[in-house]
Design a protein around this ligand. Structure first.
Ligand code: HEM
Length: 358
């Protein structure tokens, strides 16, 4: 697909926003060679990526997720319309109601970071399905990802890291990275165009990576998914405190259930890129509304409240399979490495205490 020509004339605000977005991901695989074209003895591994995320977190990461460290646990249910069955035989698309558990988060490795409206917002969900099956997904609120490959992610986190001398990212280093990564520059331009929702409640969350959906007849199509707010009423957070986004989310859920429509976007095999999350699919691709995610509980994340859940995007029910997107294997490996590390560390108390929010 053709994307608009990348502009390299980003202003300082955009570049700083990009630095916040840089916290989104990582790269690598535990012990596996991640990049076929790595030069020399250099190997991108899950451990290397987790180390990089720890550096970016600035030290306070023990017992916490190495990315999206700040978050709250939520629960609710998914009301399936049954319309997804035309695309996938997964039980989640049969008509019915399925329990979901999840976690809203902000990208970045510091669980105590002040809420930043430019940092990507995350939503991890697990759908608990009949027969003990699960579907896990971790989505963010940008319509494209900044990196096509794990290597691109890794080099971007270095290029966009704060300069120790100033505490700020170095705009020249960022521009140099964008000049050699036009897909990242183009994705940044798309993200910059917005819309920019002022709250979790009003955000659309995108799965971004493509997957293969196979229906009962054995037909397979590429699919991406997104959660769109059912009744958006964009209202900026009322207070300006360091937890303003999470405080608003907690009081919104207390005010009544929040709803998002689950939309499957159907790609054209062989035409739409399935291996590159920086590229959008054409707007005219069919969209199937397959149900509604309803969130009616918000909780501090303690044991039992998703603290011990790894929202690995490769935990999939039968009927959904990974595509050839190289980010998927990388994410799975790095999330596992992050989980392995935090599971073996002293548990830090939850950074956000839901009961403290009035
Ligand atoms: C190579 C690319 C990426 C890497 C290496 C990466 C890395 C990570 C790591 C290490 C975690 C913490 C996992 C844990 O301890 O449980 C995490 C969490 C998360 N990531 Fe990624 N990520 C990548 C791409 C993405 C993309 C493309 C999305 C969105 C589509 C995304 C959304 C999220 C979300 C929402 C969470 C928080 C999940 C939770 O609440 O537990 N990441 N990521």
């Amino acid at each position: 697909m053709t994307e608009s020509k990348p502009s390299l004339s980003f202003d300082r605000r955009t570049l700083l926003g990009a630095a916040a977005i840089a916290a989104v991901g990582a790269v690598g695989v535990g012990g596996f060679l991640f990049s076929e074209n790595a030069l020399g003895p250099w190997r991108l591994t899950a451990r290397r990526v987790a180390d990089r995320l720890q550096e970016a977190a600035g030290g306070d990461f023990h017992g916490r997720r190495r990315n999206h460290a700040k978050g709250v646990a939520v629960a609710g249910y998914f009301e399936s319309t049954g319309h997804g069955a035309e695309l996938s035989s997964a039980s989640v698309f049969g008509t019915g109601t399925y329990r979901v558990e999840g976690r809203f988060s902000l990208a970045g490795g510091n669980a105590h970071m002040p809420d930043d409206l430019t940092a990507p917002r995350g939503l991890g969900l697990r759908f608990l399905l009949p027969g003990g099956e699960e579907w896990r997904t971790a989505m963010i609120n940008t319509p494209v990802f900044l990196d096509a490959t794990p290597d691109d992610f890794y080099t971007r986190t270095l290029a966009f890291a704060p300069d120790p001398a100033t505490g700020q990212p170095d705009p020249e280093r960022m521009k140099a990275h964008l000049a050699t990564h036009p897909e990242t520059a183009a994705a940044l331009g798309m993200i910059e165009q917005g819309p920019h929702a002022p709250s979790f409640r009003d955000s659309t969350f995108y799965g971004l990576n493509a997957f293969e959906f196979t229906n009962a007849a054995g037909d397979t199509v590429p699919v991406r998914w997104q959660l769109e707010p059912d009744a958006p009423q964009p209202t900026p957070p009322k207070d300006e405190g360091p937890n303003k986004l999470f405080d608003a989310l907690i009081s919104d859920v207390r005010g009544g259930p929040l709803r998002w429509k689950l939309i499957l976007v159907v790609g054209v095999a062989g035409t739409d890129p399935t291996d590159n999350a920086t590229q959008r699919w054409p707007q005219e691709r069919p969209r199937v509304h397959v149900g509604t995610v309803v969130i009616d509980e918000v909780r501090t994340e303690d044991v039992g409240n998703v603290q011990d859940v790894n929202f690995d995007p490769l935990v999939l029910p039968r009927g959904i399979a990974p595509s050839d997107d190289p980010l998927l294997q990388a994410r799975s490996a790095v999330y596992t490495e992050s989980y392995r590390r935090r599971a073996g560390e002293q548990r830090a108390p939850a950074a956000l205490r839901v009961e403290d929010v009035r």
